[in-house]
Design a protein around this ligand. Structure first.
Ligand code: F6P
Length: 482
Protein backbone atom coordinates (compact mmCIF):
# COMPACT_ATOMS: atom_id res chain seq x y z
CA UNK A 1 0.00 0.00 0.00
CA UNK A 2 1.35 3.44 -0.95
CA UNK A 3 1.89 6.06 1.73
CA UNK A 4 -0.89 8.61 1.39
CA UNK A 5 -0.06 12.32 1.25
CA UNK A 6 -3.12 14.55 1.42
CA UNK A 7 -2.60 18.16 0.39
CA UNK A 8 -5.37 20.67 0.99
CA UNK A 9 -5.71 24.32 1.85
CA UNK A 10 -7.06 23.53 5.28
CA UNK A 11 -5.85 21.23 7.98
CA UNK A 12 -8.68 19.56 9.92
CA UNK A 13 -8.46 22.19 12.65
CA UNK A 14 -8.07 25.94 12.83
CA UNK A 15 -5.81 27.81 15.25
CA UNK A 16 -7.07 31.17 16.38
CA UNK A 17 -5.25 33.73 18.46
CA UNK A 18 -7.18 34.55 21.63
CA UNK A 19 -4.68 37.09 22.99
CA UNK A 20 -1.00 37.00 23.82
CA UNK A 21 0.21 33.38 23.74
CA UNK A 22 -3.38 32.17 24.01
CA UNK A 23 -4.71 30.01 21.21
CA UNK A 24 -7.97 28.27 20.54
CA UNK A 25 -8.14 25.14 18.42
CA UNK A 26 -11.43 24.45 16.64
CA UNK A 27 -12.29 21.66 14.22
CA UNK A 28 -12.47 23.00 10.65
CA UNK A 29 -15.89 22.94 9.00
CA UNK A 30 -16.89 21.87 5.49
CA UNK A 31 -17.17 18.80 3.31
CA UNK A 32 -13.49 18.29 2.59
CA UNK A 33 -12.39 17.93 6.19
CA UNK A 34 -15.35 15.81 7.25
CA UNK A 35 -14.64 13.36 4.42
CA UNK A 36 -10.85 13.19 4.45
CA UNK A 37 -10.28 13.14 8.22
CA UNK A 38 -11.77 9.67 8.89
CA UNK A 39 -9.80 8.27 5.97
CA UNK A 40 -6.43 9.48 7.25
CA UNK A 41 -7.34 8.45 10.78
CA UNK A 42 -7.95 4.92 9.50
CA UNK A 43 -5.07 4.56 7.04
CA UNK A 44 -2.44 6.92 8.47
CA UNK A 45 -0.33 9.13 6.22
CA UNK A 46 0.52 12.80 6.02
CA UNK A 47 -1.71 15.87 5.77
CA UNK A 48 -0.15 19.04 4.37
CA UNK A 49 -2.25 22.18 4.88
CA UNK A 50 -2.78 25.57 6.43
CA UNK A 51 -3.85 25.82 10.08
CA UNK A 52 -6.07 28.82 9.37
CA UNK A 53 -4.00 31.56 11.00
CA UNK A 54 -1.94 34.18 9.17
CA UNK A 55 1.72 34.70 10.09
CA UNK A 56 3.97 32.44 12.10
CA UNK A 57 2.51 29.13 13.25
CA UNK A 58 2.78 28.68 17.02
CA UNK A 59 4.56 25.41 17.87
CA UNK A 60 2.91 24.40 21.09
CA UNK A 61 -0.76 24.78 20.03
CA UNK A 62 0.02 23.03 16.75
CA UNK A 63 1.68 20.12 18.57
CA UNK A 64 -1.31 19.93 20.92
CA UNK A 65 -3.79 19.93 18.04
CA UNK A 66 -1.98 17.14 16.21
CA UNK A 67 -0.87 14.96 19.12
CA UNK A 68 -3.73 12.48 18.90
CA UNK A 69 -4.40 12.73 15.18
CA UNK A 70 -2.91 9.33 14.28
CA UNK A 71 -1.27 10.78 11.17
CA UNK A 72 1.51 13.21 10.38
CA UNK A 73 0.61 16.90 10.03
CA UNK A 74 2.74 19.35 8.00
CA UNK A 75 1.66 22.99 8.34
CA UNK A 76 2.01 25.53 5.55
CA UNK A 77 2.25 29.14 6.74
CA UNK A 78 0.54 32.05 4.96
CA UNK A 79 1.36 35.70 5.52
CA UNK A 80 -1.53 38.14 6.00
CA UNK A 81 -1.19 39.35 2.40
CA UNK A 82 -1.16 35.79 1.11
CA UNK A 83 -4.23 34.93 3.18
CA UNK A 84 -6.01 37.99 1.80
CA UNK A 85 -5.02 37.57 -1.84
CA UNK A 86 -4.76 33.79 -2.17
CA UNK A 87 -7.42 32.50 0.24
CA UNK A 88 -9.96 35.33 0.48
CA UNK A 89 -8.97 36.68 -2.94
CA UNK A 90 -8.39 34.26 -5.81
CA UNK A 91 -9.84 31.19 -4.08
CA UNK A 92 -12.93 32.75 -2.55
CA UNK A 93 -13.64 35.87 -4.59
CA UNK A 94 -12.86 34.40 -8.01
CA UNK A 95 -12.97 30.61 -8.19
CA UNK A 96 -15.61 29.95 -5.53
CA UNK A 97 -18.36 32.21 -6.96
CA UNK A 98 -17.46 31.44 -10.59
CA UNK A 99 -17.51 27.67 -10.10
CA UNK A 100 -20.92 28.01 -8.37
CA UNK A 101 -22.26 29.85 -11.46
CA UNK A 102 -22.38 33.17 -9.56
CA UNK A 103 -20.10 35.19 -11.82
CA UNK A 104 -21.60 38.51 -10.68
CA UNK A 105 -20.06 37.89 -7.27
CA UNK A 106 -16.52 37.62 -8.70
CA UNK A 107 -13.77 40.15 -8.11
CA UNK A 108 -11.23 39.47 -10.88
CA UNK A 109 -8.42 41.50 -9.28
CA UNK A 110 -5.26 40.65 -11.31
CA UNK A 111 -3.06 40.66 -8.18
CA UNK A 112 -4.93 37.65 -6.85
CA UNK A 113 -3.58 35.31 -9.55
CA UNK A 114 0.05 36.06 -8.66
CA UNK A 115 -0.67 35.30 -5.00
CA UNK A 116 -2.47 32.09 -6.00
CA UNK A 117 0.52 30.84 -7.96
CA UNK A 118 2.95 31.84 -5.22
CA UNK A 119 1.08 29.98 -2.49
CA UNK A 120 0.60 26.92 -4.71
CA UNK A 121 4.39 26.94 -5.21
CA UNK A 122 4.81 26.94 -1.43
CA UNK A 123 2.61 23.84 -1.25
CA UNK A 124 4.68 22.21 -4.00
CA UNK A 125 7.82 22.85 -1.94
CA UNK A 126 6.18 21.29 1.11
CA UNK A 127 5.35 18.19 -0.96
CA UNK A 128 8.93 17.93 -2.21
CA UNK A 129 10.25 18.15 1.34
CA UNK A 130 7.89 15.52 2.69
CA UNK A 131 7.20 13.00 -0.08
CA UNK A 132 9.19 9.88 -0.88
CA UNK A 133 9.19 8.07 -4.23
CA UNK A 134 6.13 5.84 -4.44
CA UNK A 135 3.95 8.00 -2.18
CA UNK A 136 0.41 8.60 -3.36
CA UNK A 137 0.09 12.38 -3.72
CA UNK A 138 -3.49 13.51 -3.53
CA UNK A 139 -4.14 17.25 -3.87
CA UNK A 140 -7.60 18.55 -2.93
CA UNK A 141 -9.83 21.33 -4.05
CA UNK A 142 -9.95 24.64 -5.84
CA UNK A 143 -7.32 26.43 -3.77
CA UNK A 144 -4.55 24.20 -5.11
CA UNK A 145 -5.14 23.71 -8.83
CA UNK A 146 -1.67 25.02 -9.70
CA UNK A 147 0.33 22.61 -7.51
CA UNK A 148 1.19 20.00 -10.17
CA UNK A 149 2.38 22.70 -12.54
CA UNK A 150 4.60 24.13 -9.78
CA UNK A 151 5.99 20.64 -9.12
CA UNK A 152 6.74 20.07 -12.78
CA UNK A 153 8.41 23.49 -13.04
CA UNK A 154 10.69 22.36 -10.25
CA UNK A 155 11.45 19.33 -12.46
CA UNK A 156 11.32 17.03 -9.47
CA UNK A 157 8.01 15.53 -10.46
CA UNK A 158 9.63 12.52 -12.11
CA UNK A 159 10.83 11.43 -8.66
CA UNK A 160 7.24 11.39 -7.51
CA UNK A 161 4.60 8.87 -8.42
CA UNK A 162 1.39 9.95 -10.11
CA UNK A 163 0.03 13.35 -9.15
CA UNK A 164 -3.67 13.22 -8.46
CA UNK A 165 -6.31 15.87 -7.80
CA UNK A 166 -9.90 15.93 -6.61
CA UNK A 167 -12.21 18.92 -6.94
CA UNK A 168 -14.76 19.11 -4.11
CA UNK A 169 -16.79 21.92 -5.65
CA UNK A 170 -18.61 21.95 -9.00
CA UNK A 171 -16.86 22.61 -12.29
CA UNK A 172 -18.82 25.20 -14.31
CA UNK A 173 -19.98 24.96 -17.91
CA UNK A 174 -17.93 26.68 -20.64
CA UNK A 175 -20.16 29.78 -20.90
CA UNK A 176 -19.34 30.59 -17.29
CA UNK A 177 -15.76 29.31 -17.15
CA UNK A 178 -14.88 31.42 -20.19
CA UNK A 179 -15.30 34.58 -18.06
CA UNK A 180 -12.15 33.65 -16.13
CA UNK A 181 -9.19 35.80 -17.25
CA UNK A 182 -6.73 32.95 -16.50
CA UNK A 183 -8.85 30.23 -18.12
CA UNK A 184 -6.09 28.80 -20.30
CA UNK A 185 -3.38 29.01 -17.65
CA UNK A 186 -5.63 27.31 -15.14
CA UNK A 187 -6.62 24.45 -17.44
CA UNK A 188 -3.00 23.98 -18.45
CA UNK A 189 -2.08 23.77 -14.76
CA UNK A 190 -4.81 21.20 -14.09
CA UNK A 191 -3.57 19.11 -17.00
CA UNK A 192 -0.23 18.70 -15.23
CA UNK A 193 -1.94 16.24 -12.87
CA UNK A 194 -2.16 12.60 -13.99
CA UNK A 195 -5.62 11.94 -12.57
CA UNK A 196 -8.40 14.50 -12.17
CA UNK A 197 -11.39 13.53 -10.06
CA UNK A 198 -14.73 15.36 -9.95
CA UNK A 199 -17.82 14.84 -7.84
CA UNK A 200 -20.35 14.11 -10.59
CA UNK A 201 -20.82 13.31 -14.26
CA UNK A 202 -22.08 16.89 -14.68
CA UNK A 203 -18.68 18.26 -13.57
CA UNK A 204 -16.74 15.87 -15.80
CA UNK A 205 -18.91 16.88 -18.76
CA UNK A 206 -18.35 20.59 -18.06
CA UNK A 207 -14.61 20.14 -17.59
CA UNK A 208 -14.17 18.19 -20.83
CA UNK A 209 -16.25 20.77 -22.69
CA UNK A 210 -13.95 23.55 -21.38
CA UNK A 211 -10.82 21.58 -22.31
CA UNK A 212 -12.10 21.04 -25.84
CA UNK A 213 -12.98 24.72 -26.28
CA UNK A 214 -10.05 26.40 -24.52
CA UNK A 215 -7.24 23.95 -25.32
CA UNK A 216 -7.52 22.92 -28.98
CA UNK A 217 -4.06 21.29 -28.72
CA UNK A 218 -5.54 18.45 -26.63
CA UNK A 219 -7.30 15.28 -27.68
CA UNK A 220 -10.07 13.83 -25.55
CA UNK A 221 -10.86 10.12 -25.88
CA UNK A 222 -13.96 8.92 -24.03
CA UNK A 223 -15.08 5.34 -23.65
CA UNK A 224 -18.17 5.12 -21.44
CA UNK A 225 -17.22 6.59 -18.08
CA UNK A 226 -13.49 6.53 -18.87
CA UNK A 227 -12.00 9.71 -20.26
CA UNK A 228 -8.40 10.28 -21.27
CA UNK A 229 -6.95 13.59 -22.38
CA UNK A 230 -3.78 13.59 -24.44
CA UNK A 231 -1.74 16.71 -23.85
CA UNK A 232 1.96 17.42 -24.41
CA UNK A 233 2.77 13.71 -24.87
CA UNK A 234 1.08 12.85 -21.58
CA UNK A 235 -2.18 11.09 -20.76
CA UNK A 236 -4.46 12.54 -18.12
CA UNK A 237 -7.31 10.42 -16.77
CA UNK A 238 -10.54 12.12 -15.81
CA UNK A 239 -13.39 10.58 -13.83
CA UNK A 240 -16.20 11.19 -11.40
CA UNK A 241 -15.91 9.94 -7.82
CA UNK A 242 -18.90 11.02 -5.72
CA UNK A 243 -17.72 11.66 -2.19
CA UNK A 244 -19.46 9.89 0.69
CA UNK A 245 -19.58 10.00 4.47
CA UNK A 246 -18.27 7.79 7.26
CA UNK A 247 -21.65 6.07 7.38
CA UNK A 248 -21.01 3.69 10.29
CA UNK A 249 -19.83 6.41 12.61
CA UNK A 250 -22.93 8.53 11.92
CA UNK A 251 -25.27 5.60 12.27
CA UNK A 252 -23.66 4.27 15.44
CA UNK A 253 -23.51 7.64 17.13
CA UNK A 254 -27.08 8.40 16.13
CA UNK A 255 -28.11 5.20 17.93
CA UNK A 256 -26.41 6.25 21.18
CA UNK A 257 -28.40 6.93 24.32
CA UNK A 258 -27.09 10.48 24.57
CA UNK A 259 -28.29 11.36 21.06
CA UNK A 260 -31.62 9.60 21.63
CA UNK A 261 -32.24 11.67 24.75
CA UNK A 262 -31.32 14.97 23.13
CA UNK A 263 -33.47 14.15 20.15
CA UNK A 264 -36.48 13.34 22.34
CA UNK A 265 -36.00 16.57 24.22
CA UNK A 266 -35.91 18.51 20.98
CA UNK A 267 -39.09 16.88 19.74
CA UNK A 268 -40.84 17.49 23.04
CA UNK A 269 -40.14 21.22 22.72
CA UNK A 270 -42.36 21.38 19.63
CA UNK A 271 -45.45 19.27 20.36
CA UNK A 272 -47.68 18.48 17.37
CA UNK A 273 -45.23 20.00 14.90
CA UNK A 274 -43.27 18.48 12.05
CA UNK A 275 -39.68 19.66 12.26
CA UNK A 276 -37.90 20.84 9.11
CA UNK A 277 -34.12 21.16 9.23
CA UNK A 278 -31.76 23.38 7.26
CA UNK A 279 -28.06 23.12 8.14
CA UNK A 280 -25.39 24.98 6.20
CA UNK A 281 -22.10 26.81 6.37
CA UNK A 282 -22.70 30.55 6.01
CA UNK A 283 -22.40 30.83 2.24
CA UNK A 284 -24.31 32.57 -0.51
CA UNK A 285 -24.15 29.36 -2.60
CA UNK A 286 -26.32 27.52 -0.06
CA UNK A 287 -29.58 29.18 -1.06
CA UNK A 288 -30.63 30.09 2.49
CA UNK A 289 -32.63 33.27 1.67
CA UNK A 290 -34.49 31.48 -1.14
CA UNK A 291 -35.27 28.66 1.28
CA UNK A 292 -36.60 31.06 3.90
CA UNK A 293 -38.71 32.80 1.28
CA UNK A 294 -40.12 29.41 0.24
CA UNK A 295 -40.98 28.63 3.85
CA UNK A 296 -42.70 32.02 4.17
CA UNK A 297 -44.60 31.40 0.94
CA UNK A 298 -45.70 27.97 2.19
CA UNK A 299 -47.02 29.50 5.43
CA UNK A 300 -48.84 32.16 3.43
CA UNK A 301 -50.48 29.87 0.89
CA UNK A 302 -51.07 26.78 3.05
CA UNK A 303 -52.63 27.84 6.39
CA UNK A 304 -52.75 24.17 7.46
CA UNK A 305 -48.99 24.48 8.10
CA UNK A 306 -49.33 27.27 10.67
CA UNK A 307 -48.66 25.97 14.16
CA UNK A 308 -47.87 22.56 12.61
CA UNK A 309 -44.33 23.02 11.27
CA UNK A 310 -41.12 24.56 12.58
CA UNK A 311 -38.06 25.30 10.46
CA UNK A 312 -34.82 24.85 12.41
CA UNK A 313 -32.14 26.68 10.44
CA UNK A 314 -28.54 26.18 11.56
CA UNK A 315 -25.97 28.49 9.98
CA UNK A 316 -22.33 27.78 10.81
CA UNK A 317 -20.20 30.96 10.64
CA UNK A 318 -17.63 30.85 7.83
CA UNK A 319 -15.41 33.29 5.87
CA UNK A 320 -16.97 36.13 7.83
CA UNK A 321 -14.03 38.44 7.00
CA UNK A 322 -15.26 38.58 3.39
CA UNK A 323 -17.75 41.52 3.25
CA UNK A 324 -20.20 39.65 1.04
CA UNK A 325 -20.55 36.92 3.66
CA UNK A 326 -21.42 39.45 6.31
CA UNK A 327 -24.00 41.16 4.11
CA UNK A 328 -25.44 37.76 3.42
CA UNK A 329 -25.79 37.04 7.13
CA UNK A 330 -27.70 40.30 7.54
CA UNK A 331 -30.12 39.21 4.81
CA UNK A 332 -30.77 35.94 6.60
CA UNK A 333 -31.28 37.73 9.93
CA UNK A 334 -33.81 40.09 8.37
CA UNK A 335 -35.77 37.30 6.68
CA UNK A 336 -35.95 35.24 9.86
CA UNK A 337 -37.18 38.33 11.73
CA UNK A 338 -39.76 39.01 9.05
CA UNK A 339 -41.19 35.46 9.11
CA UNK A 340 -41.27 35.23 12.89
CA UNK A 341 -42.71 38.73 13.19
CA UNK A 342 -45.48 37.92 10.75
CA UNK A 343 -46.56 34.45 11.79
CA UNK A 344 -45.58 33.81 15.45
CA UNK A 345 -48.32 33.25 18.00
CA UNK A 346 -48.08 33.10 21.77
CA UNK A 347 -47.41 29.34 21.53
CA UNK A 348 -45.56 28.92 18.23
CA UNK A 349 -42.49 30.48 16.58
CA UNK A 350 -42.06 29.26 12.99
CA UNK A 351 -38.26 29.64 12.55
CA UNK A 352 -35.70 28.55 15.12
CA UNK A 353 -32.44 30.09 13.97
CA UNK A 354 -28.95 29.20 15.27
CA UNK A 355 -25.98 31.17 14.01
CA UNK A 356 -23.30 28.81 15.38
CA UNK A 357 -22.00 25.29 14.87
CA UNK A 358 -23.64 22.62 17.00
CA UNK A 359 -21.53 20.02 18.76
CA UNK A 360 -21.66 16.66 17.06
CA UNK A 361 -24.06 15.05 19.50
CA UNK A 362 -26.47 17.95 19.15
CA UNK A 363 -26.24 17.94 15.36
CA UNK A 364 -26.96 14.22 15.23
CA UNK A 365 -29.90 14.72 17.60
CA UNK A 366 -31.28 17.29 15.14
CA UNK A 367 -30.88 14.85 12.24
CA UNK A 368 -32.67 12.20 14.27
CA UNK A 369 -35.46 14.47 15.43
CA UNK A 370 -36.33 16.36 12.25
CA UNK A 371 -39.01 14.94 9.96
CA UNK A 372 -37.84 16.79 6.88
CA UNK A 373 -34.37 17.92 5.75
CA UNK A 374 -34.60 20.98 3.52
CA UNK A 375 -31.30 21.27 1.64
CA UNK A 376 -31.44 23.66 -1.26
CA UNK A 377 -28.04 25.00 -2.40
CA UNK A 378 -28.02 27.09 -5.58
CA UNK A 379 -25.17 24.82 -6.59
CA UNK A 380 -23.03 22.43 -4.58
CA UNK A 381 -20.21 19.99 -5.31
CA UNK A 382 -21.93 17.22 -3.35
CA UNK A 383 -23.55 18.36 -0.06
CA UNK A 384 -22.70 15.86 2.61
CA UNK A 385 -25.36 17.16 5.01
CA UNK A 386 -27.95 15.42 2.82
CA UNK A 387 -26.13 12.11 3.27
CA UNK A 388 -25.53 12.66 6.98
CA UNK A 389 -29.24 13.26 7.50
CA UNK A 390 -30.06 9.90 5.87
CA UNK A 391 -27.39 8.04 7.86
CA UNK A 392 -28.91 9.28 11.13
CA UNK A 393 -32.47 8.18 10.24
CA UNK A 394 -32.19 4.96 12.18
CA UNK A 395 -36.01 4.76 12.23
CA UNK A 396 -35.86 4.68 8.39
CA UNK A 397 -38.31 7.55 8.32
CA UNK A 398 -37.85 11.15 7.17
CA UNK A 399 -38.04 13.09 3.93
CA UNK A 400 -35.23 14.79 2.06
CA UNK A 401 -36.01 17.88 0.00
CA UNK A 402 -32.90 18.43 -2.11
CA UNK A 403 -31.74 20.96 -4.68
CA UNK A 404 -31.45 19.51 -8.15
CA UNK A 405 -28.13 21.41 -8.38
CA UNK A 406 -26.46 19.64 -5.43
CA UNK A 407 -24.06 16.91 -6.55
CA UNK A 408 -25.89 14.52 -4.19
CA UNK A 409 -28.97 14.77 -6.43
CA UNK A 410 -27.24 12.56 -9.04
CA UNK A 411 -27.21 9.67 -6.54
CA UNK A 412 -30.37 10.42 -4.52
CA UNK A 413 -32.73 11.67 -7.20
CA UNK A 414 -35.23 8.87 -7.37
CA UNK A 415 -36.07 9.17 -3.68
CA UNK A 416 -35.30 12.71 -2.56
CA UNK A 417 -37.85 15.36 -3.50
CA UNK A 418 -35.84 17.42 -5.98
CA UNK A 419 -36.43 21.15 -6.25
CA UNK A 420 -35.11 24.08 -8.23
CA UNK A 421 -33.67 26.33 -5.48
CA UNK A 422 -34.48 29.44 -7.51
CA UNK A 423 -38.17 28.50 -7.71
CA UNK A 424 -39.63 29.66 -4.40
CA UNK A 425 -43.20 28.55 -5.22
CA UNK A 426 -42.13 25.06 -6.23
CA UNK A 427 -40.13 24.72 -3.01
CA UNK A 428 -43.15 25.87 -0.99
CA UNK A 429 -45.33 23.27 -2.72
CA UNK A 430 -42.72 20.63 -1.99
CA UNK A 431 -42.75 21.47 1.72
CA UNK A 432 -46.45 20.69 1.72
CA UNK A 433 -45.90 17.51 -0.25
CA UNK A 434 -43.34 16.36 2.34
CA UNK A 435 -45.64 17.43 5.19
CA UNK A 436 -48.51 15.37 3.79
CA UNK A 437 -46.50 12.35 2.64
CA UNK A 438 -47.74 9.09 4.14
CA UNK A 439 -45.38 7.11 6.40
CA UNK A 440 -45.17 4.08 4.07
CA UNK A 441 -43.90 6.22 1.18
CA UNK A 442 -41.47 8.09 3.45
CA UNK A 443 -40.01 4.83 4.69
CA UNK A 444 -39.74 3.26 1.24
CA UNK A 445 -37.85 6.30 -0.04
CA UNK A 446 -35.62 6.60 3.02
CA UNK A 447 -34.72 2.89 2.94
CA UNK A 448 -33.43 3.19 -0.62
CA UNK A 449 -31.47 6.35 0.16
CA UNK A 450 -29.97 4.72 3.23
CA UNK A 451 -28.83 1.74 1.18
CA UNK A 452 -27.07 4.01 -1.29
CA UNK A 453 -25.43 6.25 1.33
CA UNK A 454 -24.26 3.22 3.30
CA UNK A 455 -22.75 1.51 0.23
CA UNK A 456 -21.16 4.51 -1.47
CA UNK A 457 -19.54 5.79 1.72
CA UNK A 458 -16.32 7.71 2.20
CA UNK A 459 -14.15 4.57 2.24
CA UNK A 460 -15.73 3.43 -1.03
CA UNK A 461 -14.93 6.90 -2.42
CA UNK A 462 -11.33 6.77 -1.30
CA UNK A 463 -10.84 3.20 -2.53
CA UNK A 464 -12.22 3.99 -5.97
CA UNK A 465 -10.04 7.09 -6.29
CA UNK A 466 -6.93 5.29 -5.03
CA UNK A 467 -7.62 2.36 -7.35
CA UNK A 468 -7.79 4.69 -10.34
CA UNK A 469 -4.61 6.43 -9.14
CA UNK A 470 -2.73 3.22 -8.40
CA UNK A 471 -3.11 2.01 -11.98
CA UNK A 472 -1.35 5.21 -12.99
CA UNK A 473 1.30 4.84 -10.29
CA UNK A 474 2.21 1.44 -11.64
CA UNK A 475 2.26 2.73 -15.21
CA UNK A 476 4.33 5.80 -14.30
CA UNK A 477 6.85 3.70 -12.36
CA UNK A 478 7.06 1.15 -15.15
CA UNK A 479 7.56 3.72 -17.89
CA UNK A 480 10.24 5.47 -15.83
CA UNK A 481 12.12 2.17 -15.40
CA UNK A 482 12.00 1.47 -19.16
O1 F6P B 1 -16.05 21.75 0.57
C1 F6P B 1 -15.66 22.93 -0.01
C2 F6P B 1 -14.79 23.75 0.93
O2 F6P B 1 -14.36 24.85 0.29
C3 F6P B 1 -13.58 23.09 1.44
O3 F6P B 1 -12.50 23.05 0.57
C4 F6P B 1 -13.34 23.93 2.62
O4 F6P B 1 -12.48 23.37 3.51
C5 F6P B 1 -14.75 24.14 3.16
O5 F6P B 1 -15.53 24.24 2.04
C6 F6P B 1 -14.89 25.26 4.16
O6 F6P B 1 -14.43 26.48 3.67
P1 F6P B 1 -13.19 27.24 4.29
O7 F6P B 1 -12.03 26.30 4.28
O8 F6P B 1 -13.01 28.42 3.41
O9 F6P B 1 -13.57 27.61 5.68
Amino acid sequence: MHRLIIVSNRLPFALDSAGEDLWTVTPAVGGLVSAVEPVLRERGGTWIGWPGTAGEIPNEPLAKATRDAGYNVVPVALSETERDEFYYGYSNEVIWPLFHDLQNFCNFDPAYWQAYKQVNERYADAIIRNARPGDFIWVHDYHLMYVAQALRERSTSENLSALTFFLHIPFPPYDIFSKLPQQRRLLRALLQFDLLGFQTRRDVRNFLQCVRRVMPDTKVVSRGETHVIRFEKRKIRVGHFPIGIDFDSFENEAKSEAVAQRSQKLRASFPDCQLILGSDRLDYSKGIPERLRAFRDALERYPELRGRVVLIQIVVPSRVEIPRYNEFKNRIDRLVGDINGRFSTSTWIPVQYHFRGLDREDLLAHFRACDIAFITPLKDGMNLVAKEYCACRIDQDGTLILSQFAGAAEQLKPDALLVNPYDVEQMADTIVKAFRMNPAERTARMKRMLRMVRKENVFWWVDSFLAAGSQLTRKVTRSRRN
